[in-house]
Design a protein around this ligand. Structure first.
Ligand SMILES: Cc1cc2nc3c(=O)[nH]c(=O)nc-3n(C[C@H](O)[C@H](O)[C@H](O)COP(=O)(O)OP(=O)(O)OC[C@H]3O[C@@H](n4cnc5c(N)ncnc54)[C@H](O)[C@@H]3O)c2cc1C
Length: 389
């Protein structure tokens, strides 16, 4: 067996890194500050299994292959055809069944188009498709960016996300039965199986022995490494989890094309997450610059009035929350994922998480960076030097 690798953080990134290192033959110790694993992938306990915001996987990248190869994603949930058809789009304050024609045209005609890294999305898209289309597209993809002004981000970054989520091809979105919590539980079981030592309620306050992988939120990594340069752009949103008695007009999925909000049912595809006869929804709304959390919650509730009509009379459980700088990396004009904080910090220190230099969106960045960081740490352990990550 190789020597020991220490991992700080037991979220998605830390668990993936731990498994990858242990599978490569290293001895691994993982420290998690909380009493439970999972970080932002954790969910509430039954009967309402709700996450910190809507949580889905996309099955079109190396992150998914890594999880699927280890049998960590099955079984999957799927809505009935009837429920899947209950899609909505809010535009100018009204609920519609179809997306705006200009947005559909943009996605159809844009096939094969490349967007510039150096320009902002809004000015690039407005120049080609008009301001209204650019605004609608930016608000539609806020489902991923969770940012109230997605138009200010790099055109290449936003366009890639739009092509992944809305391009005319079979949707790659996947819902794991039991939600992300089920994946976290399976990751923890896999880690135990390959011999990872997990220390819960173990907050690390000084960099441990090298090699070490720091798999925390970037703000915690910054404090731990004492490196103020570890910063990147991220989203800011309020979240409403809502369980209601089932209603015939409730939407499965709904986009708020006015404010960038997004509504999704979690129990229509996975009845295990709510009691029988109830539907569990999660609704996110990006917070505008200078907007109070209260005002953003009012907007998310007004959006719920359209997507879940009469919810106030039917509600059985609800909670609200906010997530600032916790929704994954966003790239500003002039930057790509390669410009984010490097994974290999030198001297046997590696970073993993959703704001570092790895491809993908949100949690995918955590998984992809964790795999790269683990490979680097194993190489450092066997003395083969810097990785160039
Ligand atoms: C509203 C919202 C919606 C989202 N939707 C999606 C989605 O649909 N799909 C998707 O892919 N991603 C989504 N994400 C992003 C996803 O949740 C995160 O990218 C992912 O969970 C991050 O995992 P991580 O392991 O990198 O970080 P974390 O989950 O933050 O894990 C870091 C861990 O480190 C621990 N820690 C911190 N400091 C220390 C220390 N000093 N010592 C020991 N332990 C420490 C923390 O307790 C935590 O458990 C969403 C996020 C939000 C907020």
């Amino acid at each position: 067996m190789l020597g020991t690798i220490t991992i700080v953080g037991g979220g998605l990134a830390g668990l993936v890194a731990a498994i990858e290192c242990a599978e490569a033959g290293a001895r691994v110790t993982l420290h998690e500050a909380h009493s439970t694993l999972g970080g932002r992938g954790r969910a509430t306990a039954r009967p309402y299994i709700a996450h910190e915001g809507a949580h889905v996987f996309y099955a079109d990248g190396p992150h998914w292959t890594w999880l699927a190869e280890r049998g960590l994603t099955e079984p999957l949930g799927r809505p009935s055809i009837r429920d899947a058809a209950r899609v909505g789009f809010v535009r100018h304050g009204r609920l519609r069944h179809l997306p705006p024609a200009n947005f559909v045209r943009m996605m159809l005609l844009g096939r094969g188009k490349k967007a510039p890294v150096d320009q902002d999305f809004f000015s690039w898209a407005a120049g080609m498709y008009g301001e209204d289309t650019a605004r609608v597209a930016a608000n539609a993809i806020s489902v991923v960016t969770l940012d109230a002004d997605t138009g200010r981000l790099s055109a290449a970054f936003v366009w890639d996300l739009l092509r992944r989520v809305f391009a005319p091809k079979p949707p790659a979105v996947r819902w794991v039965i039991g939600g992300w919590q089920a994946v976290i539980d399976r990751l923890a079981a896999r880690a135990a199986e390959v011999g990872v030592r997990i220390e819960k309620s173990s907050r690390v306050t000084e960099l441990p022995n090298r090699p070490t992988i720091v798999a925390t939120e970037l703000s915690s990594t910054r404090a731990l490494l004492g490196d103020d340069s570890l910063r990147w752009e991220s989203g800011n949103c309020v979240m409403l989890d809502l369980a209601v008695r089932e209603g015939p007009h409730d939407r499965f999925i709904c986009w708020d094309l006015d404010g960038g909000g997004f509504h999704e049912s979690y129990s229509m595809q996975d009845p295990t997450v709510a009691p029988r006869g109830e539907t569990l929804f999660q609704i996110d709304m990006p917070i505008r610059r200078e907007e109070s959390r209260r005002a953003a919650i009012s907007r998310v509730e007004a959006f719920a009035d359209l997507a879940v009509p009469g919810w106030r009379e039917r509600v059985t459980w609800q909670r609200t929350g906010a997530a600032k700088g916790r929704t994954g990396a966003l790239d500003l004009p002039g930057h790509t994922w390669r410009d984010r904080p490097a994974i290999d910090r030198g001297d046997g220190v590696f970073l993993a998480g959703d704001m570092v230099a790895a491809p993908g969106m949100r949690g995918e960045i955590s998984i992809n960076s964790a795999i790269l960081a683990a490979k680097g740490a194993v190489r450092a352990l066997s003395g083969t030097g810097r990785t160039g990550l």
